[in-house]
Write a protein that binds this ligand. Structure first.
Ligand code: NAP
Ligand code: SF4
Length: 676
């Protein structure tokens, strides 16, 4: 199993347990961990990934006690009875030949409940609850809870545990003076602040014996003021090695840090250089993480000597068969994670079950079953945007004879616009994947073909899936026929030149994208690690404490003077993704984009765009006005097809255009195709 990825697919032994390859499925909370009733689904989700060949799975975080809960009644492993319930999960993974470790996560002051505890009584900026400062006896109780959780994990059949020491959770809070103001044996100089994880790992090793994997997730870059500097991180790494850990995994950035660490605009492998620094400090195997999403990249990172293993969480959500496809030389057919966060982390942070935008089966393995069709039908799919592509490939996979019609010269629909936005280059990967899937599943593709109702009826299809997408909404602003006015498609494709001063009407997803594109000059920083680190003010922790102290963001100057407008009162961007909205808003602020809410559009003329904000009237003296005012469904084929007696199904924007996003389009199309 070496082929094109000799390093990635080579075995490694941790504490006497040999893993078949260097792919670690990183911990990610899905929401299925919280209730035992959901364990069968969690087991199916992990089993599918084990079958796909991943070297070692790490579960989402389980608290060692109630004080360490992430949220009230959230995932916890603290009793023998609970350990028995985990057997379902570990057995399912082992039956597929996989290995699985349980992550022990004590949320500390990030706990979203009134019982949270921390080294000091300091509330985090992202939770409403002020934690209780632990007494010395209280600290001892937490250590014992960690150790008990690890022994219960062993009893439950896990192959190991990961002790979560990063991301600003409980252990990390002891390490940084930012949150640890204690003066007892757990606070003060670093030697004392770091004693907590060293005790935890040492006592876990003592309790579980030598033949059990103990991973410590170490915070390499805290990305907060008063975070750890490199001499402290390396001192801790060596002490953890001495305490008996099997491996160190990389953690980057506290949750409260205002620097993106995994969003799609973060360059691929943006932080593997920090794991490389760690590797130089210890003899233990080290694992790198963050924005590594293809086997080629993972191999390159290992070949460069940055790490011994690669952690991928979201890429395994996107494609459970990532490793198996890589090993079979079919990397082009991997459904690549585009780092959008839209269905995974955005869901988790809004108390919904995680899934994946490009793979709606993720965490729904027991419900969305792609069984062979009872009887093969002839099905036409009209429109090769995300919805049409998902429908066509799923239908064909199930054995239907599918013809996909697309009026443009290429597949992709609105994704062809998205991929042109700086920081959204990953969207191209989804088009590559679907292109490959169309070939693999045998869909007949008719590009550059306008499908008419008459042709479709004459061709004798049994069903027609209309995935004809959207058309831009007309905002009816007086003067919008002025030569300065254009639609977003013209602005994004470059079909029309945009002047140095520009007003964007509409601040939805597309308005923000257009602002990003027009404010930006030169190559995308998502493709240039050094430029990106400079842009966000991230540096070497050997020089800057926490990777940020004394540094300030140094973005390139804006390419244009940009105004981004909406009629709704309040700051634009409130409806953007839960975990990424702040990044888009910050990026535009860095480009000095003026974002204005509560606007009435009065008219457009030679002087520019005239607006009113309450009683105030303002003329934005702009050279260009770009309309990004939402969408209307395109479904003019529906009525004639129905009149001709065909079965018609609407998916994606053709069904409902308002606040259309690819997540809904792909999910709806997949569900439809799974049931036809
Ligand atoms: P949207 O999110 O619905 O936003 C439309 C914007 O236009 C809103 O800001 C709305 O705000 C304004 N608007 C609506 N009707 C208007 C009117 N009659 N006159 C003036 N302004 C009006 O739609 P979108 O920006 O087109 O994005 C659609 C979805 O596609 C997003 O949710 C996103 O998930 C996804 N997306 C797609 C792409 C892509 O490239 N295809 C890119 C990014 C995001 P007010 O009503 O307050 O003015
Ligand atoms: Fe990746 Fe987006 Fe899927 Fe999350 S939802 S796993 S970020 S593609």
């Amino acid at each position: 199993m070496s082929g094109a990825y000799p390093k990635l697919l080579s075995p490694i032994t941790l504490s006497g347990i040999t893993l078949p390859n260097r792919v670690l499925m990183g911990s990610m909370h899905t929401g299925l961990e919280d209730k035992v009733a959901d364990f069968p689904r969690l087991a199916a989700y992990f089993a599918e990934r084990a079958r796909g060949g991943v070297g070692l799975i790490v579960t989402g975080g389980f608290a060692p006690n109630i004080e360490g809960w992430l949220s009230p009644f959230g995932s916890r492993l603290a009793t023998r009875r609970a350990a028995g319930e985990h057997r379902l999960i570990t057995d399912a993974v082992h039956r597929e030949g996989g290995r699985i470790a349980l992550q022990i996560l004590h949320a500390g002051r990030y706990g979203y409940h009134p019982l949270s505890v921390a080294p000091s009584r300091i509330r985090s900026p992202i939770t409403p609850f002020t934690p209780r400062a632990l007494s010395a006896a209280g600290v001892e109780r937490q250590i014992r809870a960690f150790v008990r959780c690890a022994t219960l994990a062993r009893e439950a059949g896990y192959d190991g545990v990961e002790v979560m020491g990063s991301e600003g959770y409980f252990i990390n809070e002891f390490l940084a003076v930012h949150t640890n103001k204690r003066d007892d044996r757990w606070g003060g100089p670093y030697e004392r602040r770091m004693q907590l994880p060293v005790e935890i790992v040492g006592r876990i090793r003592e309790a579980v014996g030598p033949d059990f994997i103990v991973i410590y997730r170490i915070s390499l870059l805290d990305l907060v003021p008063d975070g750890q500097d490199w001499s402290e991180v390396s001192q801790l790494a060596r002490a953890i090695e001495g305490a008996g850990a099997s491996m160190l995994n990389s953690g980057i950035g506290w949750h409260e840090a205002r620097i993106p660490t995994i969003a799609t605009s973060v360059p691929r492998a943006a932080f593997s250089w920090v794991t490389r620094k760690l590797k130089a400090e210890v003899a233990l195997p080290v694992c790198t993480s963050n924005r590594i999403n293809t086997p080629e990249l993972a191999e390159a990172v290992l070949a460069a000597g940055d790490a011994d293993l690669v952690s991928m969480a979201r890429p395994l959500l996107a494609d459970p068969d990532f490793v198996r496809k890589a090993a079979a030389g079919r990397s082009a057919s991997i459904n690549t994670c585009i780092a959008c966060n839209q269905a995974c982390l955005d869901h988790v942070f809004s108390q919904q079950l995680a899934s994946c935008l490009v793979n709606p089966r993720a965490c729904h393995e027991t419900e969305i079953l792609l069984r062979p069709a009872a009887a093969a039908r002839r099905i036409a799919v009209v429109g090769a945007g995300p919805a049409g592509l998902a429908a066509a490939t799923t239908l064909a996979e199930r054995g239907h004879a599918v013809t996909l019609f697309e009026s443009a010269a290429a597949i992709g629909g609105q994704f062809n616009l998205a991929k042109r936005i700086p920081g959204k280059e990953e969207f191209e990967e989804t088009l590559r994947y679907f292109g490959e899937r169309l070939r693999e599943t045998g869909v007949t593709l008719r590009l550059g073909t306008v499908a008419t109702a008459r042709d479709l009826a004459a061709a004798g299809f049994d069903d027609v899936v209309l995935a004809t997408g959207v058309t831009p909404r007309d905002p009816r602003i007086p003067g919008q026929d002025h030569p300065s006015v254009m639609g977003y498609i013209e602005a994004i494709t470059g079909a029309r030149a945009v002047g140095p001063r520009v007003a964007i009407v509409g601040a939805g997803g597309i308005g923000f994208d257009v602002a990003e594109l027009l404010a930006h000059d030169g190559p995308s920083t998502a493709l240039d690690r050094e430029a990106w680190l400079r842009e966000w003010g991230v540096g070497d922790p050997a020089q800057a404490r926490g990777g940020v102290a004394g540094l300030r963001p140094r973005p390139a100057p804006p390419a244009r003077e940009v105004y981004l407008l909406q009629r709704k009162p309040g700051k634009p961007g409130a409806g953007l993704g839960k975990t990424t909205g702040w990044i888009h808003r910050t990026a535009l602020k860095m480009k000095r984009v003026e974002m204005i809410g509560g606007v009435r559009y009065e008219r457009i003329d030679d002087a520019g765009l005239h607006i009113a904000i309450g009683d105030e009237r303002r003329t934005l003296a702009v050279d260009s006005v770009v309309l990004c005012t939402g969408q209307e469904p395109r479904r003019e084929l529906e009525a004639p097809l129905r009149a001709a007696g065909l079965r018609v199904h609407l998916v994606g924007g053709a069904d409902v255009a308002s606040e259309l996003d690819a997540k809904r389009a792909i999910r709806q199309a997949t569900l439809l195709a799974a049931g036809l």
